[in-house]
Design a protein around this ligand. Sequence first.
Ligand SMILES: [Ca+2]
Length: 315
Amino acid sequence: MSSLIYQYLWAVTTFSLIHCHPDVGTGWFTVLSPANLTKDMCENQTDIVFELELCMISGDDEAQVTKVTLYYTDHENFEQKTISSSGAEVRLNDTVVPGEKTLIRGETPLEGDLANCGSYTHLCAVVTAVDDARFEDDDSCIRIDGGTESTANCRDIALEKLILKRPNPERSGFEYGRATKAVFDVQFSIIEGSVKPSRIELFFSDVNRNIESTRGKGYDGNAPDGKTTLVSSGSFSDITTSVTLDADKCEQYTRLCAEIEVEDSVHANNVVCAIFGAGPDKAGVKPSCSAAKVLTMSAMTILSALFIGFDFCRE
Ligand SMILES: [Ca+2]
């Protein structure tokens, strides 16, 4: 019985640790010096100048990172290596914040390892963060036979263009005070890794997004979940939802925006907007924001027509 209680407590503690602690991960790893990576660089001590992106893979709290360690290895995933050199540490005192990338720049001499140099295929950078939830995403590696692009664990999607299809933005656009069905596409680029969006929301806003309408929620089901295939760019097509130019804030809206709900490392590029106006990249002509104005305009139009008609009849 005591064994069962122990197993239960162990499971609960493990679950809590995994779900409470932030998970820091590594993004692109770039070697600035030496300029060219060569297979024989591990024969002698080499001064290495590098940059490493860090991000929050998951978690809402910021995290402290204490060091980055460079190693020569025989695999592009540090945890799958069968051999590695002794590490060269660069001490850090940096913070990683959810939704933003942190760029680390470091310089360190890395000892040569003549005996095993022939086995090494990669130079890996491994980050150490306080109370990090997972170590599998803490390394980025680059080939030492002329490689230029590293592995990366951070994920980042950027929305680039909102294309409204219905209502037709080349004509009247949305109606004032009435829920209007909208059909739209969103073009995107994958900046890093792969993403799995859960939702795309549509809303009206002002230029700084301080004022927003109620959000319509949509999703096309064809989003790249990219588990095995990296999609660099594409489009979410024919997303359908409905939005209302509400009376309270109608005057302040200047644009129609779409935001993707996704766990990725840069949140600032998860929104794209189209300003009001007539044209293929616009949100349609903005209607009058007052029912009274609409009535007044209509009444004036009718009166004008009658007056013109009366004048015409007298001639
Ligand atoms: Ca981690």
